[in-house]
Design a protein around this ligand. Structure first.
Ligand code: FES
Ligand SMILES: [Fe+2]
Length: 385
């Protein structure tokens, strides 16, 4: 990308620019409105996995910066379309995912892959010719995939997905091959701004006090951070007990472990995708989606590495492992939710910016990205619908 591009690189190099965040950034309506236009509309947003929409008629829905989007499979072709009927604006697909035609539940307008409606009773009531029907087409959005990870961008113009992901493209391809066995899929509503959700996973300074019985025992106090150009990574070394436990699981279940990521490896992809790996055997994929300025939805999915066992073998062991890891994740994320909801309340009472130590450099990097995208005027977002 050239420096004359109106779009920032996804991962700008470190600069001395002021990256402080005022408390109001976490609850003001005007900030959320700007985030919708400048961040969520212009960035690539992770929306789900290819296997969710592998068959004709399968769909998934997401909210991206206040816009409802449906990703639907039309005879093997994936399309991302505005999930609002152009007749009288009902939501077309109401479920988070499923398998049905792109048919509005109100009066039955049914959309094709171009977003053009078939209109029941058209000849009698509307008399729309082809051009008239096309004028009622759904907005269509950019959809690209990296391995099994699907991403949508609302804005017409912007960097390609590989450009945007930088070095993470290669990592997502690797993870797509390793972590094929989904064992959990959960959502929870947090009474906290989405940025606090993100910040909750970008440092381990809090682990001793917030997770004394859970994550604290899982890792050693050793933690490394990589916030170099292109990255927002952290790695914590697993405690001896956890590494031993995972080795036992890996052997019993014959898991194809990732050799590349043997510890607790953590990646963050702006604006709201966090991925944590355990011993190369388990992957948690989390998004923090803004709802109102003071609420967000955490959506997390847990995958195990592919197994060489025949289906049904070691079923009791597998069941116990799945129970263990899903409970463990639920506890940790609940502990994070509790503390971040307290932080949200604290923000409303403060006039100074928070302060971040060198052990919180990943949060600073996140703020740097946030400022980077927010500082672009709307007019620079060329050709957006
Ligand atoms: S609102 Fe969708 S068909 Fe009428
Ligand atoms: Fe935490």
């Amino acid at each position: 990308m050239t420096s004359s591009s109106p779009f920032p690189d996804a991962f700008p190099a470190a600069t001395d620019q002021d990256v402080s965040m005022q408390p109001g950034y976490y609850f003001e309506d005007s900030v959320q409105q700007q985030e919708r236009e400048r961040i969520f509309a212009r960035c690539w947003n992770f929306v789900g996995f290819a296997e969710q929409v592998a068959e004709h008629g399968q769909f998934l829905t997401v909210e991206i910066g206040g816009t409802s989007v449906v990703v639907q499979n039309f005879q093997g072709e994936l399309r991302a379309l505005h999930n609002v009927c152009t007749h009288r604006f009902a939501k077309i697909q109401e479920e988070k995912c499923g398998k049905r035609a792109l048919t509005c539940p109100y009066h039955g307008w049914t959309y094709d892959k171009e977003g053009t409606p078939f209109i029941p009773g058209n000849a009698k009531y509307f008399q729309l010719d082809d051009a008239g029907r096309k004028a009622r087409a759904l907005r269509s959005f950019k959809l690209e995939q990296c391995g099994r990870f699907l991403f949508v961008r609302l804005a017409e113009e912007g960097p390609s997905l590989p450009q945007y992901l930088g070095p993470y493209a290669d990592i997502l391809l690797h993870l797509s091959e390793i972590f094929t066995d989904q064992v959990d899929d959960q959502r929870s509503l947090w009474q906290a701004n989405w940025k606090l959700g993100v910040e909750s996973v970008l440092e381990v300074y809090h682990v001793g006090l917030v997770h004394p019985e859970s994550f604290k025992n899982y890792v050693q106090a050793r933690w490394e951070i990589d916030v170099g150009e292109g990255f927002n990574n952290g790695v914590a070394y697993l405690s001896e007990n956890s590494a031993k436990w995972w080795d036992g699981v890996r052997q019993r279940l014959k898991l194809h472990q990732s050799q590349r990521f043997p510890n607790y490896d953590h990646f963050f992809i702006f604006p709201n995708l966090a991925i944590g790996l355990s011993h190369g055997c388990l992957m948690s994929v989390q998004t923090y989606t803004p709802l109102t300025p003071q609420t967000n939805e955490l959506h997390y999915r847990i995958f195990m590495a592919a197994s060489d066992l025949e289906a049904g073998r070691q079923a009791a062991v597998r069941k116990a492992v799945v129970e263990n890891v899903t409970t463990f994740n639920r506890v940790i994320l609940g502990e994070d939710q509790h503390i971040m909801e307290q932080v949200q309340k604290g923000n409303a009472q403060m006039s100074m910016a928070p302060v971040h130590g060198s052990n919180e450099a990943r949060i600073r990097k996140f703020h740097q990205h946030w400022h980077h995208w927010m500082s672009l005027a709307s007019g620079e977002n060329a050709k957006r619908d």
